[in-house]
Design a protein around this ligand. Structure first.
Ligand code: PAZ
Length: 318
């Protein structure tokens, strides 16, 4: 997605200053998300915004180099599938080319190695899927097509940090009218640091200038205005990733105290596929895969989504 357009307004906590130009596609995406939320809410469905993948922070305005992070988008894309299975309509705000619901099952498969050509010569013949290379393809395709036909999944892409921030704000404003029926599931790994456009070199940084020293600013915290102003009746879940397990729960509690949202899913980089803690103001629930479950390829996201959809029901009934 190209980042162009006019400078945005305000500053400080949760507000987007002039450094984050409004990407051209935000207005259209905002309308699509608002229409999607209204339509599904009128049909009796809850709507979840799932954010997924990492952000890209440019180091030059004609960008050659950028700062990125590890996130593959697997958490977000698999969670989106479990939300769909639970009857939610899903807005999937994801990093371009990160893992995507259903097709994620075949991430890393070379398309040409997964197809077989039968009969014919030259450009003719019949192309069929090699089910050895694409296990369960018929079942996965059936689920994907059902979701697509029912228009239950709205994909919205971002690439850069600026695009993510503006699209998150637009999504919050689009979901606000459906009140407590909206859930925010903020699993994307968003950079905490960026280089303001005014301080960014235009052209490729030259290695002939010697070692590189970069000074970066703090990215505005979006959770605060999201909870307070943009969608104050929604059910909001943030994620907290640490590499040091000994500080994880304290950091998750601190986030809850600061932003006053409903829950934090706390996870550690190395163990995130098999263990998380769902922290709420009054509870702390450990979700883990047993050895048996891991062997059977049960996904931790199934448990996370089951826990949070139940909590969302209680929240709506309250
Ligand atoms: O995308 P992925 O499946 O590789 O990783 C998921 C995750 C670790 C990015 C997510 O669970 C998470 O913790 N997101 C928030 C990261 C943070 O800003 O603390």
């Amino acid at each position: 997605m190209a980042s162009s357009g006019s400078p945005s307004s305000p500053t400080a906590e949760g507000k987007l200053d002039v450094e984050f130009t409004v990407p051209a596609q935000v207005e259209v995406a905002g309308h699509l998300m608002a229409e999607f939320a209204q339509r599904h809410c009128s049909a009796g469905r809850r709507v979840v915004l799932v954010t997924s993948g990492g952000t890209k922070v440019p180091l030059e305005s004609r960008t050659v180099r950028f700062l990125d992070n590890f996130s593959s988008g697997r958490r977000g894309s698999s969670s989106a599938e479990y939300f769909l299975d639970s009857g939610y309509a899903v807005i999937f705000l994801h990093r371009h080319r990160s893992q995507y619901p259903y097709s994620r099952c075949y991430a890393g498969v070379n398309l040409l190695d997964a197809l077989l050509l039968q009969g014919g010569e030259g450009g003719s013949g019949q192309v069929v899927a090699d089910t050895g290379a694409l296990p369960d393809i018929a079942a996965v395709l059936r689920r994907y097509q059902a979701v697509k036909d029912a228009e239950l999944l709205l994909p919205v892409e971002f690439n850069t940090l600026s695009e993510y921030l503006h699209l998150l704000k637009a999504a919050a404003q689009a979901l606000n009218p459906i009140g407590s029926k909206a859930m925010f599931y903020l699993a994307a790994a968003v950079s905490d640091f960026y280089i303001p456009a005014s301080e960014m070199p235009e052209h490729k940084i030259q290695s002939s200038n010697g070692p590189l020293q970069i000074s970066m600013k703090m990215v505005p915290k979006m959770l605060s205005p999201l909870v307070k102003d943009w969608a104050p009746r929604a059910f909001v879940i943030s994620f907290k990733l640490e590499t040091n397990p000994s500080i994880l729960l304290e950091r998750a509690r601190r986030a809850l105290d600061t932003y006053r949202h409903q829950a934090v899913v706390a996870n550690v980089l190395d163990t995130r596929r098999g263990f998380v803690v769902v922290v709420t103001p009054h509870t702390q629930v450990e979700l883990a895969l047993s050895e048996d479950e891991a062997r059977q390829e049960v996904e931790i996201e199934e448990k996370i989504v089951a826990n949070l959809t139940a909590a969302h029901t209680a929240f709506i009934e309250d």
